[in-house]
Design a protein around this ligand. Structure first.
Ligand code: ATP
Length: 374
């Protein structure tokens, strides 16, 4: 049984005011179809304004659905009140009840539902160590750190033993280190409670590290739904390719030429020539224009005796654990990450090698992946 199903879901805000551009003109969510399996952790990932929160709020029942169907388990929930959907909500604002201590905040919803006092106590004491809040149960919200508030927030969501847990940027108020440790805690917790979870984030690292599957959304449209490995290794289009990965995939306009039976990617105002993988020979031709994508870790600095193309370094960044080199290819910048510990400078010449087999092709107009013939 699926944990959550969205069928042809649309959302249009009637009061959306002045529109920013044509793509934002109509629907905040357009024809969204998605199935999250029971117990799966799914991240909704995309840039600000792409429709993640709107979708989550429709699932929660906090926002009307313009068109389509939403099922939690096998129940159609379109017209159910949020409190009847059996969901747990952890949103980015902590919204705790200031006059209640942590225990009171965690217990609040169960008390409101009239759950027996002993049962409430049992559940609070069970969840508190999981969320590492057992030593702060008697503290008032005003005395809590950001991380502690986040933990209480999540404890309140899961204590109801929901069928579906919905989290909207629950770590957004935390700084880098606290964020990372909460990420680890959420992973540990979700592994324990095995509840179907939808997690909204604009942080691809968070999505990649936490989720079983990622739904990548842009302008209200689902671009790709797959495991972290699928969206990283096999992106369906230029948007997904450049959204996942840091630094992002290099995507360069290219004209493919044929020389002595071999196809090469070439680039305007550059000597760089990269062999096109044989698997694309059925779809390219001499003079074919498209975009070539390659991840920075698949571009290498050749060692002694390398047959790579000599190229001048335009930028060099030493980030401690990795070094990033930028090479100008015409008016585009090709980034590479090197493990080489040498301190390069702008103007140094290196031999540039590209793992040709790792290159991707994208349609110059639509941005869609051009795939080899089956
Ligand atoms: P963020 O990461 O910034 O929260 P998001 O991906 O969650 O962004 P949404 O908040 O779902 O995006 O917004 C999707 C679109 O709907 C945006 O264009 C936004 O301006 C619009 N929108 C959201 N809420 C409303 C509303 N109450 N009334 C009108 N338009 C809205």
């Amino acid at each position: 049984m699926a944990g959550l199903t969205l069928k042809n879901v649309f959302k249009r805000y009637e009061n959306s005011g002045k529109k920013k551009n044509r793509q934002q003109n109509d629907y905040a969510v357009k024809d969204l179809n998605l199935v999250c399996e029971q117990g799966e952790f799914v991240a909704f990932l995309g840039p600000s304004g792409c429709g993640k929160t709107t979708t989550l709020r429709m699932i929660a029942g906090l926002e009307d659905i313009t068109k389509g169907e939403i099922y939690i388990g096998d129940r159609l929930v379109n017209h159910l009140h949020p409190k009847d959907r059996n969901i747990g909500l952890a949103f980015e604002d902590y919204a705790m009840y200031p006059p209640l201590d942590v225990y009171g905040n965690v217990a609040f919803n169960l008390r409101a539902k009239g759950v027996d006092k002993g049962e409430i106590d049992r559940r609070v004491r069970e969840i508190a160590p999981l969320m590492q809040i057992d030593d702060i149960l008697d503290k008032m919200p005003v005395k809590l750190s950001g991380g502690q508030k986040q933990r209480v927030n999540i404890a309140r969501a899961i204590i109801r033993e929901p069928e579906l847990l919905l989290m909207d940027e629950p770590l957004s108020h935390l700084d880098g280190k606290a964020r990372q440790s909460m990420r680890v805690e959420i992973k540990r917790l979700i592994n324990k409670i095995k509840c179907t979870t939808v997690y909204v984030t604009h942080d691809q690292l968070e999505a990649m590290s936490l989720a079983d599957k990622i739904a990548i959304i842009n302008f209200g449209v689902l671009q790709q739904f797959g495991t972290p490995a699928e969206v990283y290794d096999d992106p369906v289009n230029e948007f997904v390719a450049s959204f996942i990965g840091e630094p992002p995939m290099n995507i360069l306009e290219t004209t493919i030429i044929k020389e002595d039976g071999t196809f090469f990617f070439t680039f305007a105002n550059s000597n760089l020539k990269i062999a096109v993988p044989g698997r694309y020979y059925g779809v390219v031709s001499d003079g074919f224009r498209c975009k070539m994508g390659v991840r920075p870790m698949d571009v290498l600095v050749g060692g002694d005796g390398s047959k790579g193309t000599p190229e001048e370094i335009a930028t060099f960044e030493n980030l401690g654990d990795e070094r990033r080199i930028g090479i100008r290819v015409g008016d585009m910048l090709l980034m590479l990450i090197t493990e080489d510990e040498k301190r390069y400078r702008s103007g140094d010449i290196i031999k540039l090698e590209v793992r040709e087999e790792k290159t991707h092709l994208f349609d110059i107009e639509t941005g869609n992946r051009i795939r080899e013939l089956a």
